[in-house]
Ligand binder design. Sequence first.
Ligand SMILES: [Fe+2]
Length: 301
Amino acid sequence: MEILGLESLTYGVVDMDTCSRFNEDFGLQLVETSAACTTFRTEENSTIILRKENDPTLPPAVTSGSQLRQLVWSVPSADVLEQIAAELSKDRDVTRDDNGILWTLDPMGYGLGFCVTQMQAVVDEPVQLNTLGNPVRVDTRFQFSEKAKILHLGHVVIHAPNLQETYEFYTKRLGFVLTDSFATGQGYFLRSPGSHDHHNIFLFHVEEDLAGIDHASYALSSFDDVAMAGTHLEKKGWQSFTGPGRHQIGSNYFWYFDSPCGGKVEYYADMDYLTDDWVPREWEFAPEVVAAWDTGPGFAQ
Ligand SMILES: [Fe+2]
C-alpha cells in the first residue's frame, strides 16, 4: 500500500485574517480565498487549507479553539486508493467527496483523507558548502536565496491520548513504518510506506486534556533558508517557540514558531533520508537527546 506522504492539512481556525497573514509571512503561497476557505500551497503543491472553526464540512474538533482538523495523504494511483478503501471499510465509514478524496476518521478523531497525488516533486539543487581540504565551490560565491521557499510539507506531530491504538492503526492498517521510538513507548516516529523522510507523522502520548496538534513541519532548501525564513518571521512580529537548532532524531535543522492556526510550525532542512535498510532506534527523553544544539529556549521550557 504505497502512501507517498502528506498532501494536505486543513485547520479550523478562530481568526481567518490573522491565520492567513501568518501563513503568508511564513512563506506559503496563497492559492485562493473565499468567505469560507483560504488555501495555501508549497512549491511541491501540497496544500494548507484554513476554514472557520465552526465550518459544518469539518469533522468535530479534538479541542476547542484553532486546531488541525483533517490530514490528507497522497497515493500514486487509483488502484492504491481502492486498496485503502477496501481495508478501512472493514470497520469504519468511508466516503468520497467531489474531488475524489477518500475520507474517514483516524482513531484520534482527525479527518483522514487519501487522494491520488496532485503534487510535483521538487528536485533541489545540492547546497555547495566548502569544508577545509574539500572545497566544492571554487572561485564561486555562495548562492544565497532571494527568498526562502517552502518546498515540502514533511510531517505532523500529534499529541495522542490513545497512542497505542493510533500507532497500531497507522502501522497495521496502512503500513506506516516505524523509524524510531521515543521515551519507552511514549512516542513513535513513523514514515508513510513510499516516503524516505525520517518521519511524516510523530505520535506522542499525552493525557486527554492535552490532545491536539503539536506542529506541522515544512522542508526548506538549506540551513541558510531556515535562518532567513525564521528571521523574516520574527521581523514580522511572530513568536519563536525555539530554534534555530539541530535535532538529534532525524538530524534536521529546525526553527519552531507558535502558530495562530493551532500548535506550532517548524521550518526544517537536511533531514535523514531513509530506506528499508534503516534499523529503528529507541531514544530516551532529555533536552540533549531532542536537540544537538538549540539557540532558543529549548524543548524543556
Ligand atoms: Fe518536527
